[in-house]
Design a protein around this ligand. Structure first.
Ligand code: IMP
Ligand code: MG
Length: 183
């Protein structure tokens, strides 16, 4: 998609669903909870690129205990509409996670397919513990049995953009979550 015309770019931002203030408040609370639960433990926050990069940047600054940051990128392949598939890790962690309590920091859980495969792979590496924290959850769309340990916002089945989330690579830099519409 070539979306260099500012007017049509803006016109596709249908409405703000979650404001900057709401995001900030929810993330501050999540950071304080992580401080309380993981103090004194080796903690690794793992973000799955690209969508979760903004959430991780803000969440990590809402955490005040020592922690490490790691990035992964994954490509998943599914046959038809089946819920099983293969995941290939195209960017991997540098840490040996058997030494860490790991929190997967995700932008959105939609069908849940990719994240369930990534979580399975990380579980195989025997972390001290593994939890999933997602900014957004679209439970209506789930096709696999995957539940986040914590989700900051449950949203209806709409396509959303901003705060890391894209449409054809655009809109990741919006400071809020908005509903997308082509009109
Ligand atoms: P799934 O849970 O395996 O279906 O895939 C989730 C991924 O699809 C997320 O990490 C996003 O990158 C992308 N995704 C799902 N829903 C949306 C949306 O509403 N807007 C933008 N990206 C989305
Ligand atoms: Mg993602």
């Amino acid at each position: 998609m070539q979306l260099t015309d500012p007017e049509s770019y803006r016109a596709r931002i249908q409405r703000i669903m979650i404001s900057e203030e709401e995001l900030k408040a929810a993330i501050a609370k999540a950071g304080a909870e992580i401080d309380a639960e993981y103090a004194g433990k080796p903690l690794l926050l793992v973000s799955i690129l690209k969508g979760a990069f903004v959430f991780l940047a803000d969440l990590s600054r809402a955490v005040s205990i020592p922690c490490e940051i790691g990035f992964m990128q994954a490509q998943s392949y599914f046959e038809g509409t089946t819920s099983s598939g293969k995941v290939s890790i195209t960017l991997d962690l540098t840490q040996d996670i058997s030494q860490y309590h790991v929190i997967i920091v995700e932008d959105i859980i939609d069908t849940g397919r990719t994240l369930s495969l990534v979580a399975e792979e990380l579980r195989r590496r025997n972390p001290l513990s593994l939890r999933i924290l997602t900014l957004l959850d679209k439970p209506e769309r789930r096709v696999v049995d995957l539940k986040a340990d914590k989700s900051l916002f449950t949203i209806p089945d709409a396509f959303v953009i901003g705060y890391g989330l894209d449409c054809a690579e655009y809109y990741r830099n919006l400071p809020y979550i908005a509903e997308y519409a082509e009109n």
